[in-house]
Design a protein around this ligand. Sequence first.
Ligand code: SAH
Ligand code: SF4
Length: 372
Amino acid sequence: MTVAPDTTETFANADLLSLPRPALQRLFVQAGEKPFRAEQLFRWLHVRLVRDLDEMTDLPASLRTRLRVARSLRVLEPVRAYVSTDGSTKHVLRTQAGLAIEAVVMPMAGGHVTECLSSQVGCKMGCDFCATGRLPDRADLTAAEIVEQVAIACRQSFAAGQGRGGVAGGETGPLSGRPHNLVYMGMGEPLDNLQAVVDSLDILCDPKGYDFSPRRITVSTSGLAKRIPALVAAHPHVNLAWSLTATTDEVRDRLMPVNKGVPIQRMVDTLRDLPPSQSRKITLEYALLRGVNDSADDAARLARISRELDAHANVIPFNAWPGTDYQRPERAVIRRFVDDLERAGGSVTLRESKGQDIGAACGQLAGKTQQP
Ligand code: SAH
Ligand code: SF4
């Protein structure tokens, strides 16, 4: 006989995996459970990365029964992993709503691993040069769905024996496979899904959870200036990236509709006037498009903005995707642009995107579950 779920139960439909530790404790207290039980559950979820209540052996069986009416803890189903010749892996993952998202794990220079996280399915910002903006399906990810992308990378690297150890508290479990750096630069506009992003950062930076240093996390935005203070208030030391991509409002209006509401100078003022942090870094992302934003004047203006914000510029030569008319500049033009920028006093890195052969490079994430 199956017992009908108790819909009056406090845990009914609760999204346990999305809750930062204080919120999980509040829920437990509300349910008449002891706060330390919430701590135990948090450890199972965000240190041991266990998703099966039956494995949580130090929780009383009666509590586990109560928790069964909560939402499923299996929020993302791995569909496929594509491995690039440069060593990066694109994980295609399916949400419970049946939508595909992507997370990319990239080995970087010096043996470090960076994971690029999605914050939404698709993106409604509509940047003309970005494949993600063209996707028909749109949805906000929950904090659980954002954090689970990290859990998947940890499990994979741990299983492959690549755990690097050294996690606070001498952790030897799956967290020893943590990526070194996280960037919210996959599908979606993080600041268009701010609460879930803040909750995910709470969980990822919790010393009793994944224990990431905020210095190792970067949140990227196309320029939703109004939301930046709230992000910074919640996580003052997380690094910020701004996808600038054009140095005049005229060109930026065409490339990125967000610019019509928040022109370049307003974002510069917002970023410049943030409360100071000892460690927060600001990066300017600049997708270089042939004949659109690759002139010597652009380099001079970009250098000026990067000096004003004390920001580092990442120049990313455009990655083509099916159906786009934009093109990557010639090699010599890319080189000249970077040289001009450096000569004008800008601090700059030329980013050759990872995973181009598997459609995992910047701006190519488009929820494909098949190889193109
Ligand atoms: N929505 C956020 C986070 C995504 S970051 C943002 O825009 O900041 C994705 C980065 O890749 C952005 O800096 C974007 O400008 C860049 N990008 C998008 N399409 C690209 C393409 N086809 N080639 C190179 N870079 C691209
Ligand atoms: Fe969205 Fe960023 Fe792509 Fe613009 S560049 S459409 S904001 S993901």
